[in-house]
Write a protein that binds this ligand. Sequence first.
Ligand SMILES: Nc1nc2c(ncn2[C@@H]2O[C@H](COP(=O)(O)OP(=O)(O)OP(=O)(O)O)[C@@H](O)[C@H]2O)c(=O)[nH]1
Ligand SMILES: [Mg+2]
Length: 362
Amino acid sequence: MQAWQRYADGLGWATIAGVLAIVIVLVGAVVAVLARRRRAAVGVPDSSGPAVARDLPGLRQGLAKTRAGMFQRILPLLGRQRLDAEALGEIEAALLAADVGIETTQRLLACVQRRDRAGAAPRVALEEEIVAILDAAKRAGDAGRVTPADGTPLVLMVVGVNGVGKTTSIGKLAARFVRNGHRTLLVAADTFRAAAIEQLTVWAERSGADLVRQEHGGDPGAVAFDGMRAGMARKAGVVIVDTAGRLHTKSNLLEELRKVRRVIAREIPGAPHETLLVVDAVTGQNGLVQARAFLDQIDITGVILTKLDGTARGGIVLAIAGGLNLPIRYIGVGEGIDDLREFDAREFASALLAPTEEPGSP
Ligand SMILES: Nc1nc2c(ncn2[C@@H]2O[C@H](COP(=O)(O)OP(=O)(O)OP(=O)(O)O)[C@@H](O)[C@H]2O)c(=O)[nH]1
Ligand SMILES: [Mg+2]
């Protein structure tokens, strides 16, 4: 008998199997931790973990106006067993009034009707279809996302018309990244107003991010160039580029943004890894028209939808996802540093449709 077999018999095969199982579990755990570290090192936002669910009351609060508007009337209807024509009409009116858009409203209604005939509760049917629309847009956006190469930062370029909340959202995003341990650098490529550079400077201080800026009136492309060089030299995990929402007369905003984008791409291959379009939810269908104009000219990979707290038209989330096939990445639900939430389809749908009598709802 081999020495190892005698040794094994002495120990007992069951003990050896147990030890082996423990070793496998330990190796699995180490691999998982290393994978997480790697994601952190390249600055990929990690949305796993309990952070999303913890803030559910905050999201409900942010959607309070939408829920209290036309939606208030349909929330009780959704609790019914079956829907008659009148109830369906009310649901349609509520969805349209919340800016869901005609096409997406029709899709939702058709699904509710179909599932109603099959005996499904209207609330469940509507919630599932909302999640399906949002998930499809997310998959489309994820497919276009690029992971930063080793040793290069994750570069986010933020665009949108003036006043939609670009700079504020960048400040809030920076705070999130810094909190998650990423070295974050903000780039003030909006040189149109002196106040814009000052505003980003304040957000950099508030969030604990670094800043690259030049004088007011300078060339946005030159600031972007400095920003990418600094991001590499300082080994930043995340670089976020702020851009102008308007320019001096006669210059073409979208052309200027394309130029900034080219500079970024030339300096860091694969960058910008995400180009986020900021849309102000309060502007409703107008925001959608703006989004289309940007989409025609620039590769947009996702949307930050701001000011959801200030509108009863929160259905714009569905119009963007369903109508433009663009994923909502983040939503703004207030002006404070913590008022930016990573968008979660299921959480959004249940916060929107939860019955009012549920404990904790607004
Ligand atoms: N209520 C609310 N206000 C917001 C939100 N996001 C931004 N704001 C406010 O919207 C206003 C405009 O925000 P900015 O960040 O300056 O917008 P911008 O897109 O950078 O504007 P320009 O630099 O002029 O193009 C500010 O008063 C912000 O506090 C939000 O989610 N909720
Ligand atoms: Mg700004």
